[in-house]
Design a protein around this ligand. Structure first.
Ligand code: PRP
Length: 208
């Protein structure tokens, strides 16, 4: 069996950080420095092939075996619960999942709390653990607008620096969980490409 390891990386800032870690760990790929419009990069010498995909799609590529391993945020893993192995916390892309809104807006009583979010599963689980009734409003982006325009009482979203909240007059009201990027593996690949995959994970662990 071809032992080349297909690696799905998230496009963007997190992907750049992960690629730098892989490069330092000895898994660089010179073509990436001059990418043009190419989407796949291979280094035959160290047996890796990289694909850059939308961050929220990494887990799907890995779960279905189109990539052997990948890097995904814990937020995506908690929200979609893909059937994969989580190999390593890379300790980058650190942020937190929070309930945010105008101060006091999470304290309404007498009706379900209206919560806007992209992360409906994480949100449902959180409020169910508090035995609190909610009216969930699924949005795809610019979540911060919802409480400002009265669409929701609060939002559940990712906070990194807090700048987006501050600039929109909102604040962090409750922390649900800490988030960071994780190295994940397809379950079948982990068995059949055990050596090259564990070697990559061990090398990366030296840079965490
Ligand atoms: C996330 C999140 C917030 C912002 C928080 O959005 O939804 O809007 O980052 O970051 P900050 O605390 O550093 O301001 P992202 O940029 O990932 O894009 P999105 O709007 O597509 O979710």
């Amino acid at each position: 069996m071809d032992q080349t390891v297909g690696i799905a990386l998230p496009k963007g800032r997190l992907g750049d950080k992960v690629y730098n870690m892989l490069d330092r760990a000895g898994y660089g790929c010179p073509q990436i420095l001059d990418p043009g419009r190419r989407l796949i990069f291979e280094n035959k010498e160290n047996g890796v092939r990289f694909f850059f995909v939308k961050p929220s799609d990494v887990a799907i590529y890995v779960e279905r075996g189109a990539a052997d391993i990948g890097v995904a945020g814990k937020d995506i893993l908690l929200e979609y619960t893909p059937d994969i192995y989580e190999l390593l916390d890379l300790n980058i892309g650190r942020c937190r999942m929070c309930v945010c809104g105008v101060s006091g807006s999470n304290e309404i009583a007498g009706r379900p709390l209206r919560v806007a979010t992209k992360f409906t599963n994480i949100t449902k689980e959180y409020y169910s653990s508090l035995s609190r009734d909610i009216d969930i409003i699924h949005l795809n982006g610019s979540i911060e607008l919802a409480p400002i325009l009265g669409l929701s009482d609060v939002i559940v979203d990712i906070v990194e620096t807090g700048t987006t909240l501050r600039e929109n007059g909102l604040s962090e009201l409750e922390k649900i969980t800490d988030i960071s990027a994780r190295l994940i593996s397809n379950k079948v690949s982990y068995k059949f490409k055990f050596e090259p995959i564990t070697r990559i994970a061990e090398k990366l662990a030296e840079f965490v």
